[in-house]
Structure formats: structure tokens, C-alpha cells
Design a protein around this ligand. Sequence first.
Ligand SMILES: C[S@@+](CC[C@H](N)C(=O)[O-])C[C@H]1O[C@@H](n2cnc3c(N)ncnc32)[C@H](O)[C@@H]1O
Length: 227
Amino acid sequence: MTPASRVCARAIARCRDLLRGVGIDWGTGTGLLAILAARIPAVERVVAVEYDPSAVAVARANAASNGVSDRVEVIRADLFAAFDPADRATLRGLEGRADFLLANPPASDDGDGLEWRRRVLGTARPLLRPRAVVLLQVAAHYGDTRIRGLVDEGYRYEGLVESSPWVPFDLGREDLRRALRVYAAEEGRGGLPYDFHLADGRRISAQEALAGVGDPLTRWQVHRYRA
Ligand SMILES: C[S@@+](CC[C@H](N)C(=O)[O-])C[C@H]1O[C@@H](n2cnc3c(N)ncnc32)[C@H](O)[C@@H]1O
């Protein structure tokens, strides 16, 4: 479990009164978020979407060992394009009916790093009921303008739900080193600066963090949007 996963788990607990009916957990990985949501009494069913076949198997096994396999349906899909015809039918059946969306997407290797989030929000939109709740993990280093700008995909921004304290943006992790290079390239193209902090409270850009100006800190966060 990454620090971002832990913040997502806490966000589900904090929003348990808002989660009901049928939900989607995009990029379920181990199934953690789908399983936590499925334990909420008002939640009937969670459709958990995952690309990696070994993660699909792990998520199914975890749902079974947590006693929620009757409420968590794990399907293999690329974004929302399911591989199995029965799973395609499941997603078609969700159109306009999903009450909530949970997503802790990876940073994208293109654009400003938020492209996976834009693709998930944009593709999920037709599946969601009006006013469906969306809990999306977006870390503080993206900056407020980018976080609020995600509403361009057809949502309303409702605010911060859960946050970690300032913690190291762990450059020992290969995925985070890659993400930092994506951010620095975006700044190099004239994009908005990223908002990393240092232990003494100073703020640094991604290019400064990449140049080794200091050890960047971030806050892992979950924000709430509404369809
Ligand atoms: C950051 S992990 C989150 C895992 C889990 N939801 C959690 O919070 O601990 C992102 C997940 O998205 C999955 N993923 C990446 N690309 C995907 C795609 N094109 N379609 C569906 N899932 C994808 C990854 O395999 C991974 O399990």
C-alpha cells in the first residue's frame, strides 16, 4: 500500500455517508478501495476495473477473503474498454446508473502528469448518474489550479476530503522519479509550476526538485467532485 492508497482508504471512511448504491473503483490494484466501499451497508455493489491481469486475480482473491465477493465485481479493462464480452455488458449496464466513482490513478507519462485522471473522468462521465460522487486522488504538488481545472471533464469541484501531512516525494520510487521528469518537462514547455515544499517551508518547482535544490515534500490528497 502506498501513502496515496492510505489517504484514499481514509477518504472512503470519511465519506461513508455519501457512498451508496452502485460504485466504480477505477484501477483497483489489490481491490483495497472497492473492498472498503463494499463494506459500507448502503453500498450494493462495486465494479472494480483493472488492466493488469495479475492484479485482477489478486483483487478477486482479496474480495473473497474479505467476504465481499458477492458485492465486488472485478473486471479486466483498458481504461473502461473491457476485454471480456460479459464485462462489456456489465459496463454498458452501468450507463447513467453509477452512484460513485473512486480512483487513485497513476501519473501519466504525457502532458502535465494528470492525463490518466482526465481520461478516467472523461470516460466515466456517461456511466455516472447526475450528482454522482467522485473521490479522486490528486496530490498537492499539482497545485490548486490544476486540481480545480479537472472540472473541465464535466464535473463540479467540491473540495479537499483527506490529506497526508507533508511527506517526502520518495525519489527512491521509480514511478515518482519518472513523474518528476514529466512535471519538469511540462514546466519547460511553459506550463504552470508544480508546488513542492521543503522541510523549512520554502516552495520549489519540479525543475528545482529535479536539479536537487532540496528534498521535495508533498501531501497525498483526495478531492471530491460531483458529476
Ligand atoms: C496507483 S494504482 C492504485 C491501486 C489501488 N486503487 C490503490 O489505491 O491502492 C493504479 C492502478 O491503475 C491500474 N491501471 C493502470 N492503467 C490502467 C488502465 N489503462 N486501465 C485500467 N487500470 C489501469 C494499475 O494497474 C494500478 O493497479
